[in-house]
Design a protein around this ligand. Sequence first.
Ligand SMILES: Cc1ncc(COP(=O)(O)O)c(C=O)c1O
Length: 379
Amino acid sequence: MNLAEFRAQFPGLERCVHLANCSRGALSLPVQAAVTRYLEDWQDQGAPWGLWMQTWERARTRIAQLIGAQPHEIALTDSASSALGAAARSLPPSAGAVVIEERSFPSAYYLADALTRDGYTVRLTRDAAGDTPLERAANALEGAATFLIAHLSFQTGELIDPAPLVALARAAGARVALDGYQALGVVPTDVAALDVDLYLSGSHKYLLGLEGFAFLYVREGLEVSPAAPGWMAADDPLAMNTHARALHRGALRFQTGTPNVAGAYALDASLDLLSRLDPAELLAHVRACVRGVMDTCHALGLEVITPLEAERHAALVSILSPDASAAAASLQRSGIVCSPRGPALRVSFHAYNHAGDLQRVCDWIAQHPHHFRSTEVHA
Ligand SMILES: Cc1ncc(COP(=O)(O)O)c(C=O)c1O
C-alpha cells in the first residue's frame, strides 16, 4: 500500500490537518468498522467471552510480530504507565536500585516517588554527576537492578540509540525496560536486536488504536515476578481455581483484570492496516516532514529543541513557545491539530500526512511567529 492509498483510509483527514500523532493517532475506516463490530457482537451475543479471548490473542500476536517477539512474551495492560509500573516492580526492593533515565515520560517520575515510599532505592540519572546523559547513567547505575529508558522523548522528540545505555546496564547487572510509546509505529523495532529485557508501549498514538489498551513485553525466561497479578495472570483464568493457584509461565503472568475488548478489536484492525506499509518508506516520510518544519523554523529564527540529524528524531518536532496551549488553541481554530506539552508545541506526523498538511502548518508558523520563542532570546 502506498502513502496515498493509506491516507484514503482516513476520511477525517479531509476535514482537519492531524499533526498530533504523538498524542493521538487519527481514526481509520478499518478501526471504525472494528469498533462497530465489537458493539454488534456485544449486542447480538451478550457475553461472547470465547470471541473476546480470540480477539485478545489476535491483538497479542500482531503486537508480537510488530516488535519481533513471541505472543507469550506479551502481557496486555490498560496503559503504558501501568506497564511501566509493572516493569519497575518486577524485582523486589532488595534486588537493587531502580534507575530512571532522564528522558523518561513523567509517569516514571511519579512512579519514582511511590517506589521510594515502598522501600525501593530509586536514582534519577538527571541528578547524577557527569556532563552527558551517558556519563550520568554510568554514574547512577552502580548496584542497579532495573533501568527504565524511553526510546524517544515525548518532550524534545529526541530518538536515542539505546545500545550504549543497554551496555552500561548489562555491565552493572541491571535489567533494561524500554518505553517505546513515542517510537513504535514509525520506528521499526526489534526487541531482540535492542537486547532489552522488558519493553512497553500502547495503542492510541502511532499504532492508531484506542486508549486503554497497552502492553508489556517480558523476555522469555526472565526471572521477574508481577507485583500485582490479577485473575487474567492465571495459567487458566476461566478455571477460577483459588486453591491450586498457578500463574501463567509467560508474560501473561503480568496481566491483571479483563483487557479492553474494544481496544483489542481496534488494534487488530490498525496493526493490520499499518503492516501494509513499507516501514522504511514510512520512517523516511515522517522524517522528511519533520525536516520541513525544522527548515521553516530555522529560517524564521524560531527555537526547535528536536535534534536536527535525521537518525536522532522520528515523527515529532518540538518548537519552544511562551504559551504552547495558546498556540495549539489558535492552530485548532485554523483547522490544524497539534499537541502542546510543557514549554513546547509538538508537531508530529504519520504516514497519512501529505505535502499539503506540511505546507499548512509551515504557513501557519510563518504567519504566527509571535507564538514561538526566537533563538535570539535564548542565545
Ligand atoms: C513515552 C511515553 N510513555 C508513556 C506514556 C503514557 O501512556 P499511558 O497514558 O498509556 O499511560 C506516554 C504518553 O504520552 C508517552 O509518551
